[in-house]
Design a protein around this ligand. Sequence first.
Ligand code: DUC
Ligand code: ZN
Ligand code: ZN
Length: 473
Amino acid sequence: MPFDLANANANANANANANANGTVATAADVFKADIGIADVRIAQIGGTMEGAGRRIDASGRYVLPGGIDSHVHIAQASGPGIVMADDFDSATRAAAFGGNTTVMPFCLRERGTSLAAAFRDYRALADGASHTDPGFHLNFTDPTPQVLGQERPALIAEENRLVKVLMTYEAMRMDDAGILATTDVARRHGAKVMVHCENEDVIAFLSERAAGADDVAPRAHATTRPVAAEREATHRALTLAEVVDVPIVIVHVSNGTAIDQIARAPARGLDITAETCPQYLVLQADDLSRDNWEGAKYVCSPPPRDAAEQENCWRGPRSNLFDLFSSDHCPFRYEDVQGKRNPAGLRSFRHIRNGIPRIETRLPILVSEGVMKGRIDLPRFVALTATNNAKTCGMYPRKGTIAIGPDADIAIWNPEIRRTIRHADLHDAADYTPYEGLEVAGWPETVILRGTPVIGDGRLVAKAAGREVPRLG
Ligand code: DUC
Ligand code: ZN
Ligand code: ZN
């Protein structure tokens, strides 16, 4: 029996499809069933697909909820002269090719400027340009009483956003007082707080020391951002969240001692969600030592660690310690005066653009390294890459699952595809991938956004039709 998408509704429009014979997975189950889509929603699971229109054969395929990448940076205004490689068109196109149907970037603005105005402008960039549905987070950098008393609470309340705070990056970091004040505002408005945990004073101290010793090559980015700086900041963020009594999301966890802090937190009553990303499972700090300044291609924060920490990081996805697996896509071109090889960045690691492209490769890497290698099963994959992301970000059950009623956001994966990752085959606007040469098993062939195929047989088949996802709670 072929797997099709089926029109299960006589009134359905031309998008209506039918499919059969795929292996469907949700965060709870794996089962064989046909799925019927009426208009933009899943209307039927199993049974006869009466009046089915278009059919998609999914024999031998995995039929999964479209991926939700709940942590990406796209066209983010990160500082003077800093230009990200991707706009919404290229980033979301690459995301769709990688099996995603929703991406969630951050709206970040310089301290002292209006976040509400920036948010309107930023949203406009996505409008009409997105191949997946976008949803937005707010990044708070200036916790002054004036700011926290007026505009930002209104934004949290009206937009129902997650609020991100950074403990690192000199121009954006918050000290403990700022984190307490911000998280308290978040708590009062029922918002969760997302925290980037690294101790900026440790990093500044070690960076000065490295620069003084003329240790300026890309590898110094990793040695000046040690595990200890992340562990301490993770502990502190958890402590502050405990004091304020606010739900906390710890992003991009890179090592075992930070995981130990996270593992202890629920016993203290914390509502904690933790995330890791592909770079901590397949890259290493040694990659930053590559010749000819190529190590710059791997500069991201926290930095990739070593083989032992890679193994430690699998503890999170394998157990229920982590809920989220996101990309932290933050693309800069390598051969570009505004990118990784900007003039100052060629003189010192301190000026290398921080971040790597990874939006299209997130899901294939976890399918291959996780599911195909038997480290996690398909439901756990779905939970980490779609269902939990939707729940954490207030989009569930409209997004992130296969059930009757939710948006028909579906990715059909061929587990038989073997690919060697090459940037030439990817769709972002960077000029490299940090995963060049990595062999993976499994790749999405068809991606359906709200009932309409966006990727079909590995090709883009629709215009950019992404629509901002409203938050439900
Ligand atoms: N780390 C971040 O915290 N932000 C963007 C890029 C990165 O690698
Ligand atoms: Zn971060
Ligand atoms: Zn990030």
